[in-house]
Structure formats: structure tokens, C-alpha cells
Design a protein around this ligand. Structure first.
Ligand SMILES: *Cc1c(COP(=O)(O)O)cnc(C)c1O
Length: 454
């Protein structure tokens, strides 16, 4: 058989034209989202003040396995997709492993991550609905960058609430968003009731994603023709990201690749959910035995140490209640944490599948993650995002297991983005000042204490 090429690119014709909705294949559905005051399952009308109409339809859709990607969104995707599935020949050689390692590279666009896959869809739906502006939050800055690009393309104004520590760590992310025309506000800010309250209680806080979300929602519900959009966690975001898994599956079919292990880093769950989606559907039907692994930072361990409970998506406790693995909406990772993936909760579909034993999760400390990142960069030429490097670390560990056991497994992982804006994180790794912290049980208890009593 012909050797698999270094880079597998689908042709434009082979590119999937549908998203994959994993819920249609689940044996049991995740518990429904609840209205925060009434505690009844959310109906479309409950969500309309906050979210775009089309996103809500997708959010609540439990039955259609495939959803057509609008022609305009497909057109946008064609600017930077299909993305390559790369055979990591050089990394395999360096590791001296019998394993075959592949990575799906989503960093080949200006935002530097997979986030553009959902930004393109959500900005398009907002335009179609006649909105003139959007609000959102951003942590590390990739989502804000991606949405800035999409909003610029569709001619929509954008306000981005950026977690304060991130805006200090990554000033050029802010400049990138402003270049595309977005307004960037460090959160918590004095522009919202919620931000002022958090600042009054804790003036020196570096902020959190949960807090930035509260601010963005507050502005959206009080501004005409403005809605709020989110770049991870929710089901419709995972749906948009399923383009990743659909492309990988197609490439695997064309080249006869059968993955044994699929690995993704997990913040809110969107890239992992999107990558695994069509493969997990087959696993649920008994058509494969793929082992799926979620990887998270030890400093923000929502799957490995969190609780499966109803929780708010934000610190201000304004969002609908979501049943998910969570550290509590009041949880904030240690200030020295530089590796991203800092959200307190996890997508409800992934949470349910994890709870039911369909995949495993593990966590790593920052220094070992960056060590893996540097090893990868030296072999494969790409400087990976710190988030993606969590998946790299797990892939290296699995490849090492194959070497020790003399087993030839096929490992696929998601290389979600590039780390060019993360130089302060790389700097602290290179100069030896990077800290390895995991929350103590007492610190986790403090987060769990913020869980609503339901
Ligand atoms: C946002 C981000 C992640 C984590 O978010 P998920 O929703 O869990 O995918 C991972 N990698 C990169 C590069 C990101 O920008």
C-alpha cells in the first residue's frame, strides 16, 4: 500500500457540507437546560433575549443527526478549510514508537485556532437575524479574535469582554481584535452592574471567564438588536466544531486509517466534542472500539475532579442552569496559570457521555505540558498553542506506552491552534519560572459551595 502522505488535504469537493449532531445518536439525552428562576426546562422563548434564534434551534435539536451547513458559511470555511490531517512521521521517529500518530491542525487561520469554525456560523446567523451588534467574552483571546474576524466579514459591531489577566498577558491579542474592528474591554470592568459589583468585592481580581460572560450578557440584554454569543460549552458550538471530526473521518475513510485512540484538550469541550462527534456516534452503535481521551490542566480539573451537577455558566449567575461537570461558577484557577482551558464547566453532551463511561479524562501540570509542546515544535515545525499542548502531552504518553508494550496503535489528536501570541507563557517555561499548581481539596470545596441548591 502507498505510504500515507505527510499532509492529507481533502479537496474542496470532498469537504463535508453537513455538521454532525451527536445527540441524535445518544442512548440517553443530557438533562435539559433549566430556566434560572422558574427551574423549568428552557424553551426557545426563554433563550431568545440572550441568544441568536438559529443557534437556539441547533442548541435544542436532539433528533437530526446531520444539519446542513448554510452555503454562505461553507463559503467562509473555504477561505481556510479543509484543514490538514498530518501524519507526524518526524515525531514518531523521535519517539521511536511503533504507534502511528496523526494530528488535525486547526491553527491555519489568523485567529490561530479552531474557534473560527463556530464564529463564522454564529456571525452569519446574527446577520441573517438582522442584528447590528454582538457581545462576547474571551479568555486567552482566540475566541475574541475569531469572532472579530467573522463580525468584520459580515459587517457586525462587536464588544469583547476579555479576562483581565489575559489582556495583560497577551496585549497583541487585543490589538488583533481591534485591527478587525472589535472593541475590547478588560473584565471585570466598570461598564456593567455585574462588573462593578465584582470589582467592589475584589478590586485586585484578575477576572475569570465566568465573570466576563456575565458582563457580556448584561450588555446584550440591555442593547437593541444586540445578542450574546459564546465560543464553547454550548451544544450548538460543538455542532459547528463537528466539521473537524467530519473532515477527519472522511480522510480516514479515503486512506484506510482506523484510529485506536482519539485525544483532545478540553476547556469547554468544543474541539474535543467536534473531533469525536462522528466517531463517537459509531462507538455508541458498537461499530468501533476507539478510546477517547479528554485532557485538562491540573489547575482547572473540571472532568477529573469536578462534580456532575446543575450550575450556572457564569459568575454573575444569570445564565440558564446547565447539568455538567463543574468546579462551581465561583471557581478561579491560580493566577500563575498560563495554559488556557480555564473554564469552570464542561459541555453537557460531553459531561453526560463522560458520566456514562464513554470516554476517560486526565490532567497534566503546566511544565510537563510545555515540555511536550517544545518537543513537538522541534519535530513538526509548528509552535503549538498551550491548550493544544495538553493533547500533545497525552499523545506522547500513549505513544511511549506503545513503545514499551511493542504495540502499534493509531493515535489521532486535535492540534487546535498555534502559540504565537502565548510568548509570555513560553517565556516563563523557558526561563524556569512557570509554576505547577493544582487546587487543594479545600479550594475545590469553596468552588462547589457556589453551586445552586437544586
Ligand atoms: C479555546 C481553545 C481551546 C479550548 O476550548 P474547547 O472549547 O475546549 O475546545 C483549545 N485550544 C485552543 C487553541 C483554543 O483556542
Amino acid at each position: 500500500m502507498n505510504k500515507v502522505p505527510y499532509k492529507i488535504y481533502l479537496t474542496e469537493k470532498e469537504m463535508p457540507t453537513v455538521w454532525h449532531n451527536l445527540r441524535a445518536k445518544m442512548k440517553e439525552q443530557p438533562d435539559k437546560m433549566l430556566h434560572p428562576a422558574k427551574l423549568t426546562p428552557c424553551e426557545k422563548e426563554d433563550l431568545l433575549p440572550i441568544f441568536c434564534s438559529n443557534s437556539i434551534d441547533d442548541e435544542l435539536n436532539e433528533t437530526d443527526e446531520y444539519i446542513n451547513i448554510p452555503e454562505e458559511v461553507l463559503g467562509f470555511y473555504r477561505m481556510y478549510r479543509p484543514s490538514p490531517l498530518v501524519r507526524a512521521y518526524w515525531l514518531e521517529k523521535e519517539l521511536d514508537t511503533p504507534a502511528e500518530i496523526y494530528y488535525k491542525f486547526e491553527g491555519n487561520n489568523t485567529s490561530g485556532s479552531h474557534k473560527l469554525n463556530s464564529a463564522a456560523a454564529q456571525a452569519y446567523y446574527a446577520k441573517q437575524e438582522g442584528l447590528t451588534s454582538l457581545t462576547t467574552e474571551t479568555g486567552a483571546g482566540q475566541w475574541g479574535s475569531a469572532l472579530s474576524m467573522a463580525c468584520a466579514f459580515y459587517g457586525i459591531d462587536l464588544n469583547v469582554y476579555m479576562v483581565k489577566v489575559s489582556s495583560q498577558q497577551k496585549p497583541y491579542r487585543k490589538t488583533l481584535m481591534e485591527t478587525y474592528g472589535a472593541k475590547v474591554i478588560a473584565s471585570p470592568s466598570d461598564t456593567t452592574v455585574c462588573g462593578r459589583k465584582i470589582l467592589a468585592e475584589n478590586p485586585d481580581t484578575g477576572g475569570s471567564l465566568g465573570c466576563a460572560i456575565s458582563e457580556a450578557i448584561e450588555v446584550a440584554v440591555n442593547t437593541p438588536k444586540c445578542k450574546y454569543v459564546l465560543g464553547s460549552v454550548l451544544n450548538h458550538v460543538i455542532l459547528h466544531q463537528s466539521i473537524i471530526g467530519m473532515e477527519v473521518k472522511k480522510a480516514c475513510e479515503i486512506y484506510g486509517i482506523q484510529p485506536d485512540i482519539i485525544i483532545g484538550c478540553a476547556g469547554g469541550g468544543s474541539n474535543l466534542g467536534g473531533l469525536m462527534s462522528p466517531f463517537m456516534a459509531d462507538k455508541i452503535e458498537g461499530k468501533n472500539k476507539i478510546e477517547f481521551i479528554a485532557v485538562e490542566p491540573a489547575s482547572c480539573p473540571s472532568l477529573t475532579r469536578g462534580k456532575y451537577a446543575y450550575d450556572f455558566g457564569d459568575t454573575g449567575k444569570t445564565t440558564p442552569l446547565i447539568k455538567m461537570y463543574t468546579l462551581g461558577s465561583g471557581f478561579m484557577p491560580a493566577p500563575g496559570h498560563a495554559g488556557g482551558l480555564r473554564y469552570h464547566g464542561m459541555n453537557p453532551v460531553l459531561s453526560k457521555l463522560y458520566h456514562d463511561g464513554y470516554f476517560t479524562a486526565r490532567s497534566y501540570f503546566q511544565n510537563e505540558v510545555f515540555e511536550a509542546a517544545v518537543k513537538f515544535a522541534k519535530c513538526e515545525g509548528i509552535l503549538p498553542a498551550p491548550e493544544s499542548s495538553h493533547a500533545i502531552k497525552a499523545a506522547l504518553d500513549e505513544a511511549e506506552k506503545c513503545r514499551v508494550e511493542g504495540k502499534k496503535k493509531v493515535i489521532v489528536f486535535g492540534l487546535t491552534g498555534t502559540g504565537y501570541f502565548d510568548m509570555s507563557a513560553y517565556e516563563s517555561y523557558v526561563n524556569g519560572s512557570m509554576t505547577d499548581k493544582a487546587p487543594t481539596d479545600e479550594e475545590l470545596e469553596a468552588g462547589f459551595a457556589s453551586l445552586p441548591k437544586i
